[in-house]
Ligand binder design. Sequence first.
Ligand code: MLC
Ligand code: AMP
Length: 482
Amino acid sequence: MTTHLLPDLADVSRRGDRTALRFGDTALTYRELAALAADLAGQLRGLHRVAVWATPTAETCVAVVAALTAGVAVVPINPKIGTRELSHIVADSAPDRVLAAPGVELPGELADLPRISVSLAPPTEAGPLPDEPDPETPAFVVYTSGTTGPPKGVVLPRRAITSNLDALAEIWEWTADDVLVHALPLFHVHGLILGVVGPLRRGCTLHHLGRFSTEAVAAELDGPGTMLFGVPTMYHRLAEDCAADPEMAGAIGKARLLVSGSAALPATEHQRIEQLTGQRVVERYGMTETLMNCSIRFSGDRRPGTVGLPVPGVDLRLVDDDGNPIPETDTEAVGEIEVRGPNLFLGYLNRPDATAEAMRDGWFRTGDMAMRDPDGYVRIVGRRATDLIKSGGYKIGAGEIENVLLDHPGVAEVAVTGEPDPDLGERIVAWVVARGQEPPADELIAHVAEQLAAHKRPREVRFLSSLPRNDMGKVMKRALTS
Ligand code: MLC
Ligand code: AMP
């Protein structure tokens, strides 16, 4: 293992003229990226944390690489974030600066922070790189939703990133010759850590599509792309379009490796993609707090409906309701997945209570429920909390949406649930008891999109005269089905 997080940027003599990143017409070689990052890192020296306006652009990558180079933690911000969520994240993470491309108009509290413009103009003189920071230094603070309350900041150290990316490289046979293709957002671990830091650590090339379209993915995999990272919604859309377009299916079939994660890939979808393209998708299972826990190996059995074995370095166990480990030989029992290893986060920012609650004797409690096949392959069967929804691969807390809807004058009571959806995996549904006249559903949907983020908006609003409650007055969400 190398001591540098990004060895090909620390020593451009290794692969300096290779393309590091491409976003549309904008491409940067390793040499260009290293020079830009070194220049910007000089401006970040001594800072603690910076917010990065995480548009899917080369500027975002330069900002992130510069901060990693300077040993300054990055708080990536969803460029479609709503007002309430932004206020929370800025207050909670207290960034020293905000980094964004020149000319971008920043909203709310971000506009009040001192700003550093991230330009792609070649610097006149690249300064020396700072020393490699300690592996325990925080690299990212990534916000993720819980069942209740506002999102929590997950503090990820450099050691979690290097160890996890190297483990993935080993099991996916991921090398400097790969060209990774994806269209994931750059404010979550999938798109940012696996999808940007991943290729830069390998010394390979990233082609980011800016926004997802099946046509753009197919064109890349027909051309230089060798690997695709995506969420199940993207694979669902690819399967739909490949069914109608054999040429697209042929293009997808040329990939070396298709990886799916962030939510369960239905076994039927896995099989449909294989029938259409000849490719068997490699599924992996991860979490913001732990990075990747399990994956199918490149040369392993790509069994539909499973996430394979723990990745190298990660210890995984299933525990029963009392926290007792379930023997590995028990293939009948369902238990909660707990993990331990160098992949774990440092804790939730400003939330020692939540951090302590998430841990048991050094193991992280994922909240995901699973079984084991006889050969140890892990099958995820559900989630402990009904109040966590995975929609389009985004984790969304029901409580967060309920709180925002309760602020609307037309809402007296509300319960938010996730319902199965063929495209999104789960679709957010808001069950509303109106205060007086029923407000228009679109108005409630727009209210959530404006306060939180568009992907957290309910896709449906259903009005009721009252919510089903148990004797304790608690809403019985399982009774809320269409
Ligand atoms: C519609 N829109 C609205 C709106 N109605 N905006 C505001 N108000 C309203 N009322 C807009 C949206 O802003 C968006 O705009 C467009 O409509 C469509 O949005 P969508 O329907 O929500 O999504 P879609 O574009 O269809 O995207 C599907 C998707 C996306 C799969 C591309 O869900 C996605 O990128 N998912 C990835 C999630 C991810 O990375 N998760 C990883 C978490 S890490 P516009 O401008 O965009 O068109 C993790 C760990 C691990 O889980 O294991 O990896
Ligand atoms: P996040 O908090 O956004 O990082 O989401 C992490 C959660 O995504 C996990 O706890 C799982 O519930 C879910 N997840 C990620 N990958 C998979 C997968 N391959 N199969 C099922 N669930 C997954």
